[in-house]
Design a binder for this molecule. Sequence first.
Ligand code: G3P
Ligand code: MG
Length: 257
Amino acid sequence: MTTKIYAHRGASKYAPENTMPAFQLALEMKADGIETDVQLTKDGVPILIHDEKLKRTTNGTGLVQDYTLEELKELDAGSWFSKSYQGTKLVTLEELLQWIKPTSLFLNIELKNNIIDYENLEKIVYNLVVTYGMLGRTVFSSFNKNSIRRLHKLDKNVNACFLTSRKIRRLKHFLRSIGATGVHAKYRLINTDFVSECKRHGFDLRVYTVNKPFSIVRCYQLGCTAIFTDVPDVAYDLYEKLPLETKYKRKNPFRRR
Ligand code: G3P
Ligand code: MG
C-alpha cells in the first residue's frame, strides 16, 4: 500500500478518542498507524489527551498539567462519548508503546505544545520511544516549530514533521531550517502543486483530518504519504476498491534520507 492510513486519535468516530478501545478498533480495522496527542501531567508523565483542559473528554475540570498521573487515572474518559464506554481510563504514552510494540502499526505522536510549551516534553517522549525500540516506526509532529527544532537537536535523524493549517512560504527552506522531514497539513491546503513540491524535495506529506470518501480518494490519487482519519474502516474499503494503477502509482516513498 502506498498512502498509509493513520487512525486519528484511534478510530475516534467509533470509540472515545485517544483511549485503548479506539486504538484497538483501529488495529481491527486494519489501519496502518495511529495518531495520538500528548500532554504532560503535573508529575511529568506524557499522557494521551487532545485538549489542555480535561472538560471535553473526561469528567474532570481544569488543566491536565495541574494533576498528577494518579489523580488523572481516577477520571472517566469514556462516558462523554457513550454510556457503553463508562469507566474508560486515560492512557499514558508508555501504556500505548507497550501495546503497539508487538503489532506492526506505525505511530504518530503529536506533541501538544503549541498552547502550553511543556518543559522537556521532547526529551521525555523521545527517550520513551527509544526505550521501547519504536523509533523506526514513529513520526513525531507539532504545530510548534521550536519543538521540531528541539527534537532535531536531540537526534539529527529524527523523523519529525511540522503541523500546519496554513500555507507555508518557502517550504523547502522553512522545513530544512527547523530539521523537519515533512509536513502534516490540513486537507484544505492540498493541491497538485503542493504535493509535487513535497515530492520534489523529498518531504513526507501527511494530511489531516480526512473523513469524506471523496477527500480520502483524492489523497490516494495525489499520492500523499498518509492520511489521518477518524474512519479507518472507510479508508481501508476505499483503498481496496481503487484501480491497481492508482494503488501502485508511486513506486518510491517521498522521503530520501
Ligand atoms: O496530527 C494531525 C491532527 O491531529 C492535528 O490536529 O487538532 O486533530 O490534533 P488535531
Ligand atoms: Mg492530533
